[in-house]
Design a protein around this ligand. Structure first.
Ligand code: HEM
Length: 141
């Protein structure tokens, strides 16, 4: 990610921060619409889940300019997700639902540059989490 992409992600996330509860509601609605099979992995009541997701996203977004600092937490998060039943192939689905949600939340502020910056950010994070949780063929001995 370039420094200007990091800035775009941070600035756009700041714009939806005041409506983060709605963002989380829209995100899970969208996720379960496109991937109904993952609904059963989550608790029935998503109230706490919504807060945790948005809180973690805020930490990661703020940490983009100093990625090394957030990687240990991202690794631990990824490993916990194995126990939640998350699979590597779920990550792109979650990413698509997240981007779709941000697009709705940001309206006109969702420009092609902002979209590209978020794609880079989610790609970096999810690529790292997948590698940490599921490893490469060599690592999985
Ligand atoms: C970058 C991507 C993701 C982030 C930032 C994220 C964030 C979180 C956070 C903060 C929690 C709260 C629990 C904890 O901290 O351990 C959580 C729980 C959970 N996540 Fe994710 N997640 C991501 C990707 C995924 C994916 C790809 C799936 C697959 C369907 C998934 C499914 C779940 C489930 C099932 C739970 C827990 C349910 C329970 O409490 O039993 N997440 N996630």
């Amino acid at each position: 990610m370039t420094p200007s992409q990091i800035e775009l992600v941070q600035d756009s996330f700041a714009k939806v921060a005041p409506i983060s509860d709605q963002v989380a509601v829209i995100f899970y609605d969208r996720l379960f619409e496109v991937a109904p099979s993952v609904r059963g992995l989550f608790p029935d009541d998503l109230t706490e889940q919504r807060k945790k997701l948005m809180g973690t996203l805020a930490v990661v977004v703020n940490g983009l300019s100093n990625l090394e600092a957030v990687l240990p937490a991202a690794s631990a998060l990824a490993k916990r997700h194995v126990n939640y039943g998350a699979m590597a192939e779920h990550y792109p689905v979650v990413g698509a639902a997240l981007l779709w949600t941000l697009e709705k939340g940001l309206g006109d502020a969702w420009t092609p540059e902002v979209a590209a910056a978020w794609i880079a950010a989610y790609g970096t994070l999810s690529g790292y989490m997948i590698a940490e949780a599921y490893g490469s063929a060599e690592a999985a001995e």
